[in-house]
Write a new protein. Structure first.
Length: 266
């Protein structure tokens, strides 16, 4: 039975993806913050005849990510799929390690988790990274800026930059680890509750979490995409990302800085 780690599995796209993946006959390892919500998800998957387990993890704490990854590796020698789904929208503030909340949770926590689980991600394993069309609004990744808390007026721009980082990371991971298949996914406009009320009027045409999870599940499980890697996906098809997502210097700098920032927590 394939084993699939899903972050942010108790609500929105992550919950829909975890349930669909479990229903496909795969074993889900749900990594999230709330024990109560994780246990509720286990009951739901179990009642549907699926297989799942949970581990507590807070992506806003690199130390917590280290602990969760260690626990997963202690339990399992191989992970077939890692779905880096969890995300923060237009929030303000910083992670416990002092990073901009969007960059710290959306990118750095997932970078750290992926690197720690790398020994279990053998040939043919997949990494599905949630990104967004909002990456096209990013002017770049301000590496000095991401080490300070997000201010109220920076929420959406910080989110866009973090989604660019997600896409750049997925492409660079494919280049550095050719045995792993990577997929950056735009799930569509989904109202998952991560954005403030002021943005809600623009979400009237949003798709459901289940619809948003469709391409995530497709990239995580469909045998037809097994030979593809490093692409940007939406509605089950590859599409061209913004030119910044193809910037090799940006990719190298993002990787080097992410390694440096995560090193103390290994």
């Amino acid at each position: 039975m394939e084993k699939v780690v899903v972050t942010g599995p108790t609500a929105g796209i992550g919950r829909a993806a975890a349930i669909a993946i479990a229903a496909s006959g795969r074993h889900v390892i749900a990594a999230g913050r709330s024990r109560e919500k994780l246990e509720a998800l286990m009951r739901e998957i179990d009642a549907a005849g699926g297989s799942a387990e949970w581990v507590q993890m807070d992506l806003a704490s690199l130390r917590s990510v280290t602990g969760a990854a260690t626990e997963i590796l202690d339990r399992h020698g191989r992970i077939d799929v890692l779905v880096n789904n969890a995300g923060v929208g237009a929030s303000t503030g910083a992670t416990r390690d002092g990073f901009q909340i969007q960059f710290g949770v959306n990118h750095l926590g997932h970078f750290h988790l992926t690197e720690l689980l790398a020994p279990a991600l053998g040939p043919g394993a997949r990494v599905v990274q949630l990104s967004s069309e909002m990456h096209r609004g990013a002017k770049g990744i301000g590496f000095a800026r991401v080490r300070r808390p997000t201010r109220p007026w920076e929420g959406l721009s910080a989110y866009a930059a973090s989604k660019l980082a997600n896409l750049v990371f997925a492409r660079e991971l494919a280049r550095r680890r050719p045995g792993i298949r990577t997929y950056a996914v735009h799930p569509g406009l989904v109202d998952t509750g991560i954005f403030p009320r002021v943005v809600r009027p623009f979400l009237r045409n949003a798709v459901t979490p289940e619809e948003g999870a469709d391409t995530v599940v497709f990239c995580a499980t469909d045998p037809g995409v097994a030979d593809s890697t490093g692409g940007y996906w939406a509605k089950r098809k590859e599409r061209d990302p913004d030119d910044l997502a193809r910037d090799e210097r940006l990719a190298e700098e993002l990787w080097a800085r992410s390694e440096e920032w995560c090193r103390p927590f290994h």
